[in-house]
Each structure stands twice: as C-alpha cells, then as structure tokens.
Design a protein around this ligand. Structure first.
Ligand SMILES: Nc1ncnc2c1ncn2[C@@H]1O[C@H](COP(=O)(O)OP(=O)(O)OP(=O)(O)O)[C@@H](O)[C@H]1O
Length: 367
C-alpha cells in the first residue's frame, strides 16, 4: 500500500501544504518544533481517524481556524483511492472515494499504518492501560468486527458502571447488561487471543534475528477472565456465570470488576519478565519487534503491507537494530521517517528516497 500524496489545510502548523511522496522512503528533517511529527500525525489521522498523541481532535485545528482538512490518495494492488477527513468543533467527517462514511468504523482500514515512536517503549514499560490501547488500535485496524464489538462493549460497560455508581442497583437491569457484556466480551477475548498469538509468532522471529539468536521473546495474553472455552457461545456462558458470581462484590464496590477492560499483555525474554528485568536495550528491541510484527500481521490479514511511520526513533536505535529495521523493510514497506539530523540515518539507505526539509510549517524538497 502506498500513500501517493497528502494535502493539509489548517492542520496544526500547516496552513496549506501539498506533498507527493516517494514510494519507498520519505525522510522529514528539521529542527525541533518545526512540524515533522505533525506530518506523521496527519498521515496517522488519515489512516485511523485518531491522533496518536492527543484524544482532543480540536488540538489538530490550526490556531484561529474553524476546520482542519486532510486529503490523500492511496494506491493498493487493486485501485487508487482518494481519502479525506476533516475536523471541526462539531466533529469529524470522513470520506472514501468522495463518499461520506456514515460511521468512522467504515472509514478505518483503507489506509493501514504502523507507527513507531519513542513513547512506544511504554507498550513494554507502561501501565496495562497503554497495552490495552495498543491491542485495541492494532486489532481494530485489521478487524472491523473487533472494532464494533469493542465500541458496543464500552457503551454497555459505561452504562453498567453508571448504575453501579448510583448505588441504587436494580439487579435485573444489571443482569440484562451483563448478558450483553458477556456477548461482546467473548468475541473481544477470542480476537485478542488470536491477535496476540499472531503477534508473538512474528515478533519472536524478528527478535531472534535482532539478537542474533541469543534471545527468545514471548508475548503473553493475560486475560482478566480466566476461561476454558475457545468457542464464542460457550465462552459467553462462562463469562455470564462469572459476572453473576461477582455481582454482589461489584455492587459493594460500585464499579465493574471483571472483564476484558482489565486485560493485559506480558513480554518475556528467555523466560524473564522484560518489564521488570529487561535492560533498556531489551525493552527497546521488544517494542521494535512487536511493531515490526504488526507489519507482517497486517500483510497477512489485508494482503498488503501498511505504511510505516517512524517518529524520531532512528537515533534511539543502535547500529544493529537500525540496520535490521531498515534492511527488513526495504523494498516492501513505504516508510516515513522524522529526524533532526541526517547523521542519524544509516548511509546505506540514502540512495533511493525523498528528503523533505521542514521549517516552521513550510517544506523544502531536496531534489
Ligand atoms: N493547533 C496548532 N496550530 C498551530 N500550530 C500548532 C498547533 N499545534 C501544534 N502547533 C505547532 O507545531 C509545532 C510542533 O510541531 P511538531 O510536533 O511536528 O514538532 P517536530 O518538528 O516533530 O519537533 P520535535 O523534533 O521537537 O519533535 C510547534 O511549533 C507548535 O506550536
């Protein structure tokens, strides 16, 4: 999958910008705070209708403007497709091939992206919440069913928590909500199990290569609900029973205690926990392996490689990891890289690419 071009209007520090991209490698170079990450954020937003660094969409609109627009065109094996998304104070509107998508879940999935940024280290080091967000974003990209189930689950969960908090609990009402939660939860859990085992399959191979075969990485799903069934209907029944068992505790605590909203993932290298015992380098390799595994996974699911966004990470990687990253993706994955210094880029990849110099929301194209 190739992002051919992008056009930004009133997006962050870009008034109006049109760029055509190189099919293999695009490097955005500039001093701090010039707009490099803003450009990657625009590509990410065009892909997922969400920013990777803020949940407040209105921050994307240029100061003193009313609406931000991002337009782009992608080429897949089958076709070339225009995508556009706009953000205003009243919300987001997304279009595929000039037709407005009634739901954002219909829009997401046309342009697939994988982003690797310094904060991705938090997938390993951070809280379970960060890891759940990671699963949701990535699983959502490859499975519309997952995205729909998750959104329904979250709606019902919010409703249930409101009831539990009100302390005026109608247990029949909670049972009805639990029934719905169990239905969505069973599908979410099975998708997560599938996703994490596929990530592990690819990530352990990549990690083995990066560490020259010295380290074995495992990615482990840690579901909040310990379950036996691998079939949705039976799993739903298991979850319904568990929710009923926990009802009095949940009423007492005034919140929902059981379900996939409390899931986590663990990482081990040679059977020790990376979060607790891993060196900085091992934590970085783990995060990198997981991200590169996503490229393979999306390729497997969608039949095309996604575009890869690397925000300020090359300088963080040592020679071996950088070489692995760049050689393993070369010629397969269209890549967008931000950097403050050209010396951070391995000279072996410099021949076949486009350099964009960024200064204060303006671009100079290096021919
Ligand atoms: N809504 C907005 N309207 C106008 N300008 C904005 C808006 N949001 C952010 N900016 C500006 O964008 C710039 C930051 O851009 P960006 O985050 O892309 O930096 P960067 O080039 O990636 O820098 P670094 O190397 O430090 O990460 C800042 O100058 C900031 O003031």
């Amino acid at each position: 999958m190739i992002l051919n071009d992008i056009k930004l209007t009133n997006f962050r520090n870009y008034d109006s910008l049109s760029l055509s991209f190189h099919p293999k490698l695009n490097i955005f170079i500039g001093h701090n705070a010039q707009g490099k990450t803003n450009l990657l954020e625009a590509i990410y937003f065009l892909s997922l209708a969400k920013s990777h660094r803020t949940s407040k969409d209105k921050e994307l609109i240029q100061f003193d403007s009313e609406e931000a627009y991002i337009n782009g065109s992608i080429t897949t094996q089958n076709s070339t497709l225009p995508l556009s998304i706009s953000v205003s104070k009243s919300g987001k509107r997304a279009k595929v091939n000039h037709l407005e998508s009634a739901k954002l879940s219909q829009y997401i999935g046309h342009l697939n992206t994988v982003l690797f940024a310094p904060e991705d280290l938090n997938i390993v080091k951070g809280s379970p919440q960060v890891r759940r967000k990671f699963i949701n974003m990535e699983c959502g990209q490859i499975s519309k069913i997952y995205l729909n189930q998750l959104s329904s689950y979250n709606k019902v969960l919010a409703q249930k928590n409101q009831y539990l908090k009100s302390r005026n609990v109608d247990s029949i009402m909670i049972e009805v909500l639990n029934e719905q939660l169990a239905e969505h939860a069973s599908l979410i859990i099975l998708k997560r199990e599938q996703f994490i085992s596929a990530i592990e399959r690819h990530a352990s191979k990549i990690h083995g290569d990066i560490s020259n075969g010295r380290e074995t990485l495992k990615v482990i799903y840690k579901p909040n609900i310990k379950y036996q069934s691998s079939e949705p209907k039976a799993l739903k029944e298991e979850i319904t029973a568990l929710l009923a068992e926990n009802l009095s505790k949940e009423i007492e605590r005034g919140t929902s205690l059981v379900g996939p909203h409390r899931d986590d993932i663990g990482f081990t290298i040679n059977d020790f926990d990376v979060q607790t015992y891993g060196s900085q380098g091992q934590q970085r390799s783990t995060a990198l392996s997981v991200k590169l595994a996503e490229l393979e996974l999306i390729h497997e699911e969608v039949g095309e490689y996604p575009v890869l966004l690397l925000d300020d990470v090359l300088s963080e990687l040592d020679e071996v990891r950088q070489a692995h990253l760049l050689t393993s993706i070369r010629n397969r994955v269209q890549t967008f890289v931000t950097t403050t210094s050209i010396s951070d880029i391995n000279h072996r990849i410099m021949d076949d690419m486009q350099l964009f110099e960024i200064e204060n929301g303006k671009i100079k194209i290096d021919e």
